[in-house]
Design a protein around this ligand. Structure first.
Ligand code: ADP
Ligand code: MG
Length: 371
């Protein structure tokens, strides 16, 4: 297993006027043993990038390193990567056991070594009792676990997964997230996982690279990407977000620091506070980004023990939707903007449409996106 480095990796499909820049000068460093995610909408270049790492697609430009080794021009076999696909791609005529033994066999392992690798990896994915079955005698989730065992049995330098859970039904997909992460981490293998599902990435990744239009727009740990999005695209793509434009406030000629280092932002709905270190100097134009679940909703009027660095913004409830564990509100602000707000559903404290309310927003929950 090895770390992976991409230097200005690019892929252009076609030429002339019809050329598509599917991967546009991507630079990345993936640590040894890291579970790394490429997250982005359909068509943003994830599969192309993953297949270039595997050696299945020739890059138009750039360099790829496994550890210190330049593998840009090596064949698929010489790179020793293993792929797991959305559609499992098990060999239908072979038993589960034969599928998993196949990689070690191709690498010249003897019968004892093959048996050991197949046994160990089928056990890892809890499929040791299904060795004699054919793939069509397994459920989708079981087939995907076998596909993972087959990939791991090949002892790859790195494991590459392209939307491996997308063919499973919603309940199983949820269940497999935690299992898959635990199985992959237990091997210590460097793994790159492609998905368009932000929940999958947030719940499984060590780090996430968010892609848009062939470019990487942000790299960070799940909390970082969710709480401190680099731009509006990331904020929207990794969850829901409310936005309001504003200007870092000047007071007596200089920006004043508030309790806990929070800064003041003048916005059309009043003063907000932010603890985001990316805030910039007084006078900077910025966009505030606030997640629906970080807005507190209360009846109008003063609240006891109000946080001095929490903003209070008056609004009117437009709609209220009960979703079981949470209640989702649409609220209209003084500017006419509507914000989404979600709170744990409390039987006794729902606000009806038309009710005037106060939105309370703590400084730590206001992310600042530079304009
Ligand atoms: P993703 O996996 O994020 O959905 P892809 O890497 O499959 O994205 O595709 C990225 C872009 O490259 C898309 O615009 C797609 O239409 C284009 N593309 C992918 N494969 C080919 C190909 N073989 N020939 C031409 N264009 C392609
Ligand atoms: Mg794809």
């Amino acid at each position: 297993m090895t770390g992976i480095r991409l230097d200005n990796m690019a892929k252009v499909y076609g030429s002339g006027g019809s050329a598509v820049r599917a991967v546009d000068d991507v630079n990345l460093s993936i640590e040894t043993g890291e579970f790394f995610f490429l997250l982005g909408p359909s068509g943003c270049g994830k599969t192309t990038l993953l297949r270039m790492i595997a050696g299945l697609i020739d890059p138009t430009g750039g360099r790829l390193l496994f550890g210190e080794r330049d593998v840009t021009h090596l064949s698929v076999e010489d790179r020793q990567t293993a792929m797991v696909f959305q559609n499992y791609a098990l060999w239908p005529h072979m038993s589960v056991w034969a599928n998993v033994e196949f990689g070690p066999k191709m690498r010249g392992k003897n019968a004892d070594q093959r048996r050991a690798l197949a046994g160990e990896n089928l056990a890892r994915v809890e499929m040791q009792d299904f060795g004699r079955r054919k793939p069509n005698q397994l459920s989708g989730g079981q087939q995907q676990r076998v596909a993972l065992a087959r990939a791991l049995a090949a002892q790859p330098q790195c494991l590459l997964l392209d939307e491996p859970l997308s063919n499973l039904d919603a309940r199983l997909r949820l269940h497999m997230r935690g299992q898959l992460r635990q199985m992959v981490k237990s091997t210590g293998t460097t793994a790159v996982y492609v998905t368009h599902d932000q929940k999958e990435a947030l719940s499984m990744a060590d780090r996430i690279a968010v892609m848009n239009g062939g470019k990487i727009v942000q790299v960070g740990a799940p909390e970082q990407v969710y709480n401190r999005p680099a731009n509006r695209f990331v904020a929207d793509f990794v969850g829901e977000a409310n936005f309001i434009e504003g200007k870092v406030a000047l007071e007596g000629g200089k920006a004043r620091d508030f309790a806990g280092g929070a800064r003041r932002i003048d916005t059309p709905v009043g003063t907000l506070f932010t603890a985001d270190e990316r805030c910039g100097p007084a006078g900077s134009k910025i966009t505030c980004c606030i997640r629906p679940e970080r807005v507190g909703l209360s009846a109008t009027g003063p609240t006891p023990q109000a946080d001095p660095a929490a903003a209070a913004v008056p609004a009117t409830v437009v709609s209220s939707t009960y979703l079981g564990e949470i209640r989702q509100y649409l609220c209209r602000l003084g500017t006419g903007d509507t914000w989404r707000i979600s709170s744990l559903a409390d039987r006794n404290k729902a606000f009806d449409a038309g009710t005037p309310v106060m939105l309370r927003i703590a400084a730590s929950d206001v992310a600042v996106i530079p304009d």
